[in-house]
Design a protein around this ligand. Sequence first.
Ligand code: ADP
Ligand code: TRP
Length: 331
Amino acid sequence: MKKVSLTGIKPTGDLHIGNYFGAIKPALELAKEYDARYFIADYHGLNVMKNPVELNTSIRKVAAGWLASGLDPQSVIFYRQSSIPEVFELTTMLMAFTSKGLMNRAHAYKAAVQENNEKGDDPDAGVNMGLFTYPVLMAADIILFDSDVVPVGKDQVQHIEMAQDIAQSVNANYGKELLKAPQAAVRETVAVVPGLDGRKMSKSYNNVIPLFAPEKDLRKTIMRIVTNSQAVEEPKDPDSSQIFLLYKLFASHDEQAALAGRYRAGGMGWGEAKEELFRVINRELTPVREQYDAIMADIPALDRILERGAEKARHIAAATIKRFRKAAGID
Ligand code: ADP
Ligand code: TRP
């Protein structure tokens, strides 16, 4: 039997090239070898997206992004989390095996508490139970489908480790391998795609290069990348330049070597380096953007793809729930 690769993306805004390299591309690569199950984590999105119109369009944008990037819904089971009620049943069952202390240690929750403490607010101000129990829902997403590997960016590794812990607690209780404990699959070379300001590219930092922006906007965004004040003639170190780090994601080996040479020789300003970056990004993204626009122009067809995926997913999900309920004595 083939092993299972599973991952999800929250529909919390427009996709950016960090998502593309950190999540979508590695996942599609794995789909060639594994049985792949990829989904839109819309209930995770609800934790932060309280505007219904925005959440609704975001769900379609992320789904269209996967398909435009090459996901084949014939070979990958592709669905919305919200279409699988078994996810929520499993979440409730896993809650019974998840210590509160484990949740207290989750990075996202700890960061929220720390921020509140720094402001002198109540430690839990603005923290909803969706955020606090986020890792349990995520563990259910993963465990429900007997996932072996979960392709994610580095920031998600802790969540996968929590899913392992939770699956192991269940297994220890029943004395058998009832649930599969997953492994994270992080691609080290693209583990963290830098944003316009050099920090991790993230919607939360407002430093992203959007994946499907029109060409003109893409160019403008790239021109906003923050650089130091080195003059045109000065030799530059490619490896400490985030323009070059981004360039490496899109350029061939020969192109990378050639541009690195120009950095080191001096005589190339940051403006020119950005032009080169725009050229290679636009080369890769133009066909993807065209696909994306075509998919977004027919939302009913997109929804049908997701519904067909959900039907397939529910068959697998039902088997896991049945197995667990029986072991738990709730059958
Ligand atoms: P954001 O940080 O913009 O809110 P998400 O948290 O929704 O992005 O991330 C969706 C997926 O994309 C996750 O698997 C995450 O690890 C990956 N990802 C997000 N930003 C980056 C980045 N800068 N580099 C690599 N992977 C990323
Ligand atoms: N938490 C993930 C993120 O922020 C999204 C997600 C939800 C996920 N459920 C998942 C990723 C299950 C992998 C597997 O990016």
